[in-house]
Structure formats: C-alpha cells, structure tokens
Design a protein around this ligand. Structure first.
Ligand SMILES: [Zn+2]
Length: 103
C-alpha cells in the first residue's frame, strides 16, 4: 500500500494549512481562515444597476488577488438579458486584463 492508497470507509483528515502572519490589511477573525487572509469587503452600490463587492485575499499559495462579487439588474426581456450577460462577461474580461497589465 502506497501513501496515496485510501482505505474504503475511512477518510484521511486534511492537514491544516500553514499559518502566516496577518498582513496589515487582514480583517482577521472569522474572515481569516483555512490558510487565507482576507480584508474587510469594499462594497459599492449602484442604484438601479446593482452592486460590487471587492475583497483583498492572500491565498494559501501566498499570492494576493482581488475577489470580486457583484450583481447586475437584468432586463426582464429574455433575449436582451442574455445579451446583457454576454456583454458583462466581455467587459469584465477586458477590465481584468487591463487591471493585470497595470501591475
Ligand atoms: Zn489574516
């Protein structure tokens, strides 16, 4: 039996991720867990449009990234709603590439 062999009916516990010191921007507490560090979320409400929430995260691999969540009000007209989604994906892709190039 090698190290990757599992025994049916038994689960090997996952070792905890190594802890690193909290960066100055880390919110700590319940937001900082599982080997990640997370900032307080920044929220922007866009009336009649939607909202964006951005959180700074340092992942378990040590790299930092922006976690972006949001919602966009869609039109009730189905063909146009799909067009909105397609446009949103295109624009977000362009935005993320531009933001990465700015680094
Ligand atoms: Zn932390």
């Amino acid at each position: 039996m090698n190290a990757l062999t599992t025994i049916p009916g038994r689960h090997r516990p996952t070792p905890p991720a190594p802890r690193t010191p909290h960066p100055t921007w880390c919110a700590g507490g319940h937001r900082c867990a599982l080997g990640e560090h997370r900032s307080d979320p920044l929220r922007i409400d866009l009336p009649n449009v939607g909202a964006l929430v951005v959180t700074r995260v340092q992942g378990t691999d040590g790299h930092e990234y922006a976690e972006v969540r949001g919602n966009l009000r869609l039109t009730p007209d189905e063909p146009r709603a799909r067009q909105q989604l397609g446009r949103l994906l295109d624009d977000l892709t362009t935005l993320m590439r531009a933001a990465r190039r700015a680094a």
